[in-house]
Design a binder for this molecule. Structure first.
Ligand code: HEM
Length: 516
């Protein structure tokens, strides 16, 4: 009414312009929704109409940290492929890993990573996570030297040093817990402890010096990294709306912007300090610089890569260890089996990278932990090639029409695939036995091809071997030295939002040193 009165006050040409504007404001969304539902190239893909019509349900859930859980329910309802946004598809079949994430060959095409998911560029040049094509191939070739089996053997002493330090800190806390349980520093939050250990170890490998977290309990780095990941999740959501995409950087709160700058500035300074020193220590840069070919890596790329390693190689391993600890405490029979295996070693010195490679149950526990509580739960988004592609036997177009980005995004979300009864029997239960060489009959038909916690293809995690060694060593050390139980046995700790990564709560435990 008020609008009609306003329109009545103005003369005819202006009136016409106002009506046109009104039509545009109301008509454009109606046009987009009609197009998305009735004419879109993905209109026949199963899924709820509301999610297909607009971005709102997908990104409302992403911003609340509930998208992955909702998408799991949608797969239960609609099957192995679901249209989860106007131009986005989610798959859970193991074949989708090969089709979407596989290599470029004579018969297959490597899909490009959807850059919107990684947030804006910090370094002026992409590191490993954001690079594409030839630059990605070159960086991968150069950086592989730091992650080879030979490199890992050389790094063993360095990695063990941090596992030892962790046990030292836990011993002191366990003593306090016994003598004065009410002191705040008698609390043992295993999420924090694992973060400190993996951050210190990764900083030593990336910068030639630790952050000193295990010594000083300085948490700013860890909390910065988690808020950085959260900010990337927000920026990702904003960038999906083309009208807002260009202003993403400016929409960030000042504190987050400053935090990101500080983090990157620190990476630059530490790489510079490290490069000023001639050393034979087997950290990443010794191995990379010594072995690089003439194309090598630029200084700017080194800054970006160091920042990638600190983001990708720390929180992930700490998440795996935290998840494994909670599930083991929640399933005492599994904890007992693991204790029997690890405590059969004659001494802690016998726990080596090599000896732990042969521990069947420890390996099964870590695999099952990554299945039920995947460290990268939402996975990596990819763009369907423009000319379209066949995924799981069905052809999907790569052009999504005149609205939004025009590209079709697709992914396999590890949490969704791993918790689906389509792939796994008893999917929500923690059953390491499904990963031992001769699994119980009911788990023999599990579709293990759907389980790819480190991704697949040309962008598979470069740190996978390092992560396995690190996780085996740290968990074995903790189990060898301590009996662990939860402070609050009723709290379902894994009930946490996912903002790209798990927003982990503190995991408070009681520790008592093993009596031998
Ligand atoms: C449990 C531990 C870990 C898990 C579950 C994990 C998982 C993953 C996954 C799923 C990807 C692929 C993402 C995509 O396809 O878009 C990835 C990539 C990557 N990861 Fe890991 N990661 C772990 C530990 C590490 C460690 C220790 C490092 C060491 C530096 C690392 C460095 C990287 C890097 C640099 C990439 C990007 C690779 C590329 O684009 O070529 N990750 N990781």
């Amino acid at each position: 009414m008020a609008l009609t009165r306003l329109v009545n006050l103005v003369d005819e040409p202006l009136k016409a312009a106002l009506y046109a504007l009104l039509l545009l404001i109301l008509g454009y969304p109606a046009l987009v929704i009609t197009y998305n539902l009735l004419f879109h190239s993905l209109r026949k893909v199963p899924g709820p109409k509301l999610w297909a019509a607009t971005l709102l349900p997908a990104y409302y859930n992403r911003l609340r940290g509930t998208a992955v859980f909702r998408i799991k329910e949608l797969h239960d309802q609609y099957g192995p492929v679901v249209r989860v946004a106007p131009e986005e598809l989610s798959f859970i079949d193991g074949q989708a890993w090969k089709d979407i994430y596989g290599y470029n060959t004579a018969n297959t095409v490597a899909f490009e990573r959807d850059a919107l998911q990684a947030g804006p560029e910090e370094a002026g040049t992409p590191g490993l996570l954001r690079s594409k094509g030839e630059q990605h191939n070159r960086l991968r070739r150069t950086l592989n030297h730091a992650f080879s089996d030979k490199a890992l053997k050389q790094q063993e002493g360095l990695i063990k040093n941090y596992a030892d330090m962790l046990i030292g800190v836990l011993n002191r806390r366990a003593e306090l817990q016994k003598s004065d349980p009410d002191r705040p520093d008698a609390q043992i939050n295993m999420v924090e402890m694992y973060h400190f250990t993996t951050f210190d170890a990764m900083a030593d490998l990336s910068f030639g010096q630790p952050l000193g977290l295990l010594k000083q309990r300085y948490t700013a780095w860890v909390s910065f990294l988690l808020s950085h990941v959260k900010s990337v999740a927000y920026m990702h959501a904003i960038a999906r709306w083309p009208i807002l995409a260009r202003s993403v950087k400016y929409l960030l709160p000042k504190s987050v912007k400053e935090g990101r700058e500080e983090f990157f500035g620190y990476c630059v300074a530490k790489v510079e300090e490290r490069m000023a020193v001639q050393t034979e220590r087997p950290d990443f840069w010794s191995l990379i610089v010594k072995n690089q070919d003439e194309k090598g890596i630029t200084r700017q790329e080194m800054y970006a890569v160091a920042s990638d390693f600190m983001v990708a190689g720390t929180e992930t391993t700490a998440t795996l260890l935290s998840g494994a600890t909670w599930y083991l405490c929640t399933y005492p029979d599994k904890m007992k089996k693991l204790c029997d295996e690890i405590r059969s070693f004659g001494s802690a010195d016998e726990l080596t990278l090599q000896s732990l490679q042969n521990t069947v149950y420890l390996q099964a526990v870590l695999q099952e932990s990554l299945r039920v509580y995947p460290a990268v739960p939402a996975g990596g988004m990819r763009l369907v090639p423009k000319e379209g592609y066949t995924i799981c036997g069905e052809y999907y177009p790569g052009y999504s029409g005149p609205f939004a980005s025009g590209r079709v995004t697709c992914s396999v979300m590890p949490y969704v695939a791993n918790h689906s009864a389509y792939n796994f029997h008893n999917p929500d239960a923690f059953v390491p036995e499904r990963f031992v060489p001769d699994p119980p009959a009911e788990y023999r038909d599990d579709k293990k091809g759907a389980f790819k916690p480190f991704g697949h293809g040309p962008r598979v995690c470069i740190g996978e071997n390092l992560a396995w060694h690190n996780a085996r060593l740290i968990l074995a050390y903790v189990i060898y030295h301590f009996d662990i139980s939860l402070v609050d046995e009723k709290d379902v700790w894994v009930d946490q939002p996912i903002m790209e990564l798990w927003m982990k709560k503190p995991l408070l435990v009681k520790l008592s040193p093993v009596q031998r």
